[in-house]
Design a protein around this ligand. Structure first.
Ligand SMILES: Cc1cc2nc3c(=O)[nH]c(=O)nc-3n(C[C@H](O)[C@H](O)[C@H](O)COP(=O)(O)O)c2cc1C
Length: 187
């Protein structure tokens, strides 16, 4: 399969997500990396943006797409079999749930969805059980969105936080292309 793999600004999870791309490539899939503008250019205490980009390019053998002009052709040219957003932060969740399309990642989703193909979301947000709950709920009800199973990662210190089990990205993708949501979603 040709799999789009999109990063958004949950920087603390990048180092957990990158090994999952390695797993997908080793399984024989082609991976096209996509970064939101924020994830493409923001250095944080979790690492330098350039180093993350270079690592992902080295694993996939493909240049990162990070502009709306690079991701817009995904739909018209049917470039992807499935699109993964991992990590999917609260900002991108809100945009997807409300039809806002102003980053390489939201553009990729909109463009890809017009082909009736699967978008797989791996959420990571401190307000999943707060403001983002309604956006997660909205997207759960959409036909072509699938969720990597998620759960509360630290209920004592961050009672509204939920994060996807990133090690389940590949099985979620394999089910999603068959039109199935891997279960249970909540773990
Ligand atoms: C160090 C750092 C860590 C962040 N972690 C998260 C996170 O885990 N989840 C989240 O929803 N937002 C997180 N954010 C906020 C997003 O990066 C911010 O909302 C950004 O505008 C997202 O843009 P994007 O969705 O286009 O990538 C973090 C920001 C910083 C600077």
């Amino acid at each position: 399969m040709t799999i789009g793999f999109a990063f958004t600004g949950s920087f603390c999870t990048f180092s957990q997500v990158i090994p999952q791309i390695e797993k997908i490539v080793k399984a024989g899939h082609t991976v096209i990396p996509i970064f939101s503008d924020t994830s493409y250019k923001t250095d944080t205490r979790f690492g330098e943006a350039k180093k993350f980009r270079e690592k992902v390019e080295q694993i996939t053998g493909h240049e990162v797409w990070h502009t709306v002009t690079q991701t817009e052709p995904i739909g018209p040219q049917k470039l992807l079999d499935v699109l993964v957003v991992a990590p999917c932060d609260s900002n991108t969740l809100a945009k997807l749930a409300n039809g806002i399309n102003d980053t390489a990642v939201t553009m990729a989703c909109k463009s890809h969805l017009r082909n009736g193909r699967a978008v797989v979301l791996a959420i990571s947000t401190n307000d999943a059980l707060g403001f983002s709950a309604k956006n997660i709920g909205t997207l759960l009800a959409f036909r072509d969105y699938y969720f990597v199973p998620f759960g509360q990662d630290d209920f004592k210190k961050k009672p509204r936080s939920m994060v996807a089990y990133f090690n389940l990205i590949l099985p979620t993708v394999e089910a999603a292309v068959r039109g199935e949501q891997i279960q249970p979603i909540l773990r």
